[in-house]
Each structure stands twice: as structure tokens, then as C-alpha cells.
Write a protein that binds this ligand. Structure first.
Ligand SMILES: C=CC1=C(C)c2cc3[nH]c(cc4nc(cc5[nH]c(cc1n2)c(C)c5CCC(=O)O)C(CCC(=O)O)=C4C)c(C)c3C=C
Ligand SMILES: [Fe+2]
Ligand SMILES: [Fe+2]
Length: 346
């Protein structure tokens, strides 16, 4: 019997084609009109996104993307592509490896045209998000299934699940930090995760069947007993606990916080407020991990590495360092290899 032909498709959020206003506007329009990101009824979403958020947001986004481009170029795409090439080499002869972005280019639409044309028997979808969220993992998978149906692609699909508590994920980040930084030399460690609207958390709680669908008074940051996969907040705190254990960081020496908020009603504590408070409390050297991203991007390099570092210095801090994401490291390849072994048929 001939060997089945397999394709691994890495999925990431995406980034604009350039920092030009028209490209940033097109990217934001696709991103924020996604019902899994701004989860309002159709008309409300159109009015809020296209009439309010984008006109108010676009100039800020152009400014921050221009700063990012000047230093790092189209980094999210470059690094996701490098990881793809490295995985292609690693899996040579067993799998074809591709990547696509949920918003912008290279598009998922084009990737599925290629997948159909090349005629695989099996497709492994790998959303590059350690913790599960409706606005990342879910929307990528739903879009993949929509395109499979729309284009009439005939193959078996497998999904690489979230890996927030995977040993190799935790070890990989820890190694990344230990080889570049002397962890003990820092006054405080911050685990900064991309934020989410509180509304998304309430929805997640309802979907996974928690008795309360509110987040007020919920204890997801402590929840382990009866823990059910699917609450982003609980998964972020669990990643942090595992990292702290792996790196021997005591509870009083680290903080979990959430960045990139678009409104006040997002997950707290906010990372920018936290770095300012840490400096005011006397921390001079802070080390920041960004474990909700596998690939460095605007949100890590610019938002933390530049903006929040500035806030930290203004409040009296002296040094803020950022641990790189796994990106195309050997640790990321090891993690992908192990995650795939659990889902791919022989
Ligand atoms: C863990 C990963 C991410 C979650 C969860 C997430 C949720 C989320 N994001 C927005 C709004 C924006 N995100 C933007 C960029 C962006 N976000 C992530 C990851 C997560 N987002 C990535 C990897 C990137 C790309 C960065 C790049 O280098 O291009 C942006 C655009 C940038 C900006 O203008 O700030 C927006 C807007 C919402 C509303 C949301 C959950 C509802
Ligand atoms: Fe985002
Ligand atoms: Fe929760």
C-alpha cells in the first residue's frame, strides 16, 4: 500500500503587508470584522468596527507598525516562514509543511487552493497558540473547515491541540531564558499574555460548563481542581505556574498580567499598569516572558520591548529585558515533533 501524503499547516494571526495606511486598514478591517474577535451581532459589529474602532485605531496602528518595520521588518511573517522552512527540513520525506495567516498574507484561502491542487490524504492543522481562545485557535480552525468545505478539499484532518501545559513548551521557554539571561539577577519576573475582553471569558466559562458564567469572583487564576481545558485565563495561569516551577522562581517574585487591551473591560491586571507599579515598588531590573506568543511580533517586540520598557523606566526602573518567543528555535522544532506524534497516523 502506498504511503499517505500528509501536509502540516501552521496557522498564525497575521500582520499587515506593510505599515502603509491602506495596508494596515485592510488588515484591521479583516481582523476586527471577524465575529470570533468582535463577537457582536452583525449590524452592531459593522457599526462599532467600521464606524468607530477602525477610524480611531488606524493611525495608532500605522505609527506602531512603522516603528516595528523600521527595526524588525515584517517580523511575524519572516519568523513564521523561517519556522516553516526549518520544520520542512526536519520532516522531509514525511510531511509537506506550509503556513498561512488568519488575516492578511499569506492567506488561508491561497493555502487551501494549493492543498487541494497538491492532493494530500491528510492535513494536520497546527494553530500556533499555546492557550486556547475563541479569537485565535477557534477562529483559525473554523476558517480552515469553512475553506475545506467551500473548496471541496477531500482529506482527513487532524488538529494539534493547545499546548499551554506541555512539558517541552515549558522547558523550551525556560531554556530560551536561561541561555540568554541570569534569571536570579532580576528583581521581578513578569509573565505577560495577550489580553481578552472579559466577555470572551464569560462565554468560554459557559461553553465548558462552569456553573457560573461570570468571571467576577471566579478563581481561574487558582483553578486546578476540576480544571477543564478551554478557559484562556486558567490556561495562562497554569503556564505561568509551570514556568515558575521550571525556573525556580518563587511566587512572590513573579506576576501574571495581560497586555494589548482595546478597552477597560479586558482581563486584568494590565501589563502596562503592572510594570509601572513594579518600578514604583522599587524593582530596578525586570524580565518579561510572553508565553501566549510562539512567534515574536508587534505585541512582544514593540509593545513590551519599547512601550512598556519606557513606562518602566519613567517610573524608576533601570532595565527591562524581554525573553524571545520560541520562534524557529530547535526547542520549537522539538515541541512540534512531539505534538505531531500524538495526532498523526502512521
Ligand atoms: C494569544 C494571542 C492573541 C490573542 C488572544 C489575541 C486577541 C485579540 N487581539 C485583538 C486585537 C488586535 N490584535 C492585533 C495584533 C495581534 N494580536 C496577536 C495575538 C493575539 N490576539 C498577534 C500575534 C498580533 C499580530 C502582531 C503583528 O506583528 O502584526 C491587532 C493589530 C495591532 C494593533 O493595532 O494593535 C489588533 C487590533 C482583539 C480585539 C483580540 C480579542 C478579542
Ligand atoms: Fe491581538
Ligand atoms: Fe476561567
Amino acid at each position: 500500500m502506498s504511503k499517505s501524503r500528509k501536509c502540516l499547516l501552521l496557522l498564525n494571526v497575521g500582520t499587515p503587508d506593510s505599515p502603509e495606511k491602506s495596508d494596515v486598514r485592510r488588515y484591521l478591517t479583516q481582523f476586527l470584522n471577524d465575529k470570533r474577535v468582535i463577537d457582536l451581532p452583525w449590524l452592531g459589529r459593522k457599526i462599532l468596527v467600521n464606524g468607530i474602532i477602525i477610524p480611531f485605531r488606524v493611525n495608532t496602528s500605522v505609527k506602531i507598525y512603522s516603528e516595528l518595520w523600521a527595526k524588525h521588518g515584517r517580523i511575524l511573517d519572516t519568523l513564521t516562514q523561517r519556522l516553516t522552512m526549518k520544520l520542512q527540513k526536519h520532516f522531509e520525506g514525511d510531511l509537506a509543511v506550509k503556513y498561512a495567516m488568519r488575516y492578511g498574507n499569506p492567506s488561508m484561502d491561497k493555502a487551501f487552493d494549493e492543498i487541494k491542487e497538491e492532493g494530500y490524504d491528510e492535513l494536520i492543522l497546527f494553530p500556533l497558540f499555546p492557550q486556547y481562545a475563541m479569537s485565535t485557535t477557534q477562529t483559525c480552525l473554523e476558517e480552515a473547515h469553512r475553506l475545506i468545505k467551500k473548496k471541496g478539499v477531500k482529506l482527513r484532518t487532524e488538529i494539534v491541540p493547545s499546548f499551554f501545559n506541555d512539558e517541552l513548551f515549558v522547558e523550551g521557554i525556560a531554556k530560551q531564558a536561561k541561555t540568554q539571561f541570569d534569571i536570579e539577577a532580576y528583581d521581578h519576573i513578569l509573565f505577560s499574555y495577550h489580553g481578552l475582553p472579559n466577555r470572551h471569558l464569560r462565554k468560554a466559562h459557559k461553553n465548558i460548563g462552569y456553573s457560573s458564567n461570570t468571571i467576577e469572583g471566579c478563581s481561574c487564576e487558582k483553578r486546578l481542581e476540576g480544571f477543564k481545558i478551554g478557559c484562556y485565563k486558567a490556561e495562562c495561569y497554569e503556564t505561568s505556574r509551570l514556568l515558575a516551577k521550571e525556573l525556580n522562581i518563587s511566587e512572590k517574585n513573579y506576576t501574571v498580567a495581560f497586555q494589548s487591551r482595546l478597552s477597560k473591560d479586558w482581563l486584568k491586571p494590565f501589563s502596562d499598569v503592572t510594570v509601572t507599579e513594579l518600578a514604583k515598588q522599587g524593582a530596578k531590573k525586570a524580565l518579561v516572558f510572553t508565553p501566549s506568543f510562539t512567534i515574536d511580533c508587534l505585541e512582544t517586540l514593540n509593545e513590551i520591548g519599547e512601550e512598556y520598557a519606557e513606562e518602566f523606566y519613567k517610573a524608576g526602573g533601570k532595565q527591562l529585558d524581554l525573553v524571545p518567543c520560541l520562534n524557529d528555535s530547535d526547542e520549537m522544532v522539538k515541541l512540534a515533533d512531539s505534538l505531531l506524534k500524538n495526532v498523526v497516523s502512521e
